[in-house]
Design a protein around this ligand. Structure first.
Ligand SMILES: [Zn+2]
Length: 305
């Protein structure tokens, strides 16, 4: 009897184990799995969606903050927005003033790329730099510089010459002697000068202080080198340079390649190189410590759009 009960209870336990296994198996059958996972899946999906929404909001907040900061910059140009955003994305920079400045000037593109013909219609405000060139055939309206104003025979743009003479005369009254050493250059002359430097110094170095033919301001007749054109002379330490720094703008001339602005202008500091842009532009550039490239982008291109 006892034996039978033991055998029966073993059978019952085995049976219940089997039933338990079956129900477990059923719960994990395809349909149920789908249902179970569907429940979890919804939750996961909700979470993912929520996170995505949060990120979107975050992105939106960041983008709005970036936009607000860019737009509050003094020299912000609306048509440059995509380029500002690109520049921010591709460069380790958080200074928005710098981003606006750099993109306006065009240095989000490498020097001597994105080149176009300079706008001759700007006359004395024409921009010639590493993105804007004058054609080989371009010859400005020139006059001879009288011998007392130049070291050797030279020509200069007719519109700028009276202002140069006036500047030299006014400097003379202060005991300062100014004279031209290099004014207008033809395409061929510029080509020869650049080529000479290229041979001696290599293209990369030459590019830092000499313009390729077509890209030199000297070809406009509006630029000239005063008293020297060599860094060895340290013109920046002279009384003449000090006088020009304080007064050149009054006659419409600007120091075109200032110290610390090489990354914007593409040229090393040239204390001797002055460019005629007219009194209004020169005064603004002088008072606001910007380069002509920046001035041109903001005041002469943007306003046309
Ligand atoms: Zn020069």
């Amino acid at each position: 009897m006892k034996k039978r009960i033991i055998i029966l209870s073993i059978i019952i336990s085995l049976l219940s184990l089997y039933i338990g296994f079956l129900s477990f198996h059923n719960n994990n059958s395809k349909n149920d799995t789908y249902n179970v996972n569907k429940g979890n899946g919804l939750k996961v999906r909700e979470k993912v969606m929520k996170k995505r929404e949060d990120n979107k909001d975050k992105d939106k907040d960041i983008k709005e903050e970036v936009l607000a900061r860019l737009k509050s910059e003094e020299y912000y140009i609306p048509t440059n927005l995509d380029r500002y955003l690109n520049y921010l994305e591709n460069n380790p920079i958080t200074d928005y003033e710098e981003v606006v400045k750099r993109v306006n000037v065009g240095i989000d593109y490498e020097f001597y790329t994105h080149r176009k013909q300079a706008d001759y219609s700007k006359n004395t405000l024409i921009l010639v730099n590493k993105y804007n060139y004058v054609r080989k055939s371009f010859v400005p309206d020139l006059v001879d510089i009288e011998s007392k104003y130049t070291k050797k025979s030279a020509k200069m743009a007719k519109d700028a010459y009276p202002y140069f003479k006036e500047m030299v005369e006014m400097a003379r009254l202060d005991g300062i002697t100014l004279f031209n050493v290099s004014a207008y250059r033809s395409f061929e002359t510029q080509k020869a000068i650049y080529h000479g430097y290229e041979i001696v110094d290599g293209k990369e170095n030459a590019d830092r202080y000499s313009a390729r033919a077509g890209y030199s301001e000297h070809q406009t007749g509006l630029a000239l080198d005063i008293n020297t054109s060599s860094s060895l002379d340290h013109f920046e330490n002279s009384l003449e340079f000090a006088w020009l720094s304080r007064n050149a703008y009054k006659y419409g001339f600007i120091l075109r390649y200032p110290l610390g602005k090489e990354y914007l202008t593409g040229f090393k500091f040239e204390p001797w190189h002055y460019r005629y842009v007219g009194v209004d532009a020169a005064t603004y550039i002088y008072e606001n410590h910007i380069t002509f490239d920046e001035y041109y982008a903001y005041f002469l291109v943007q306003n046309e759009l």
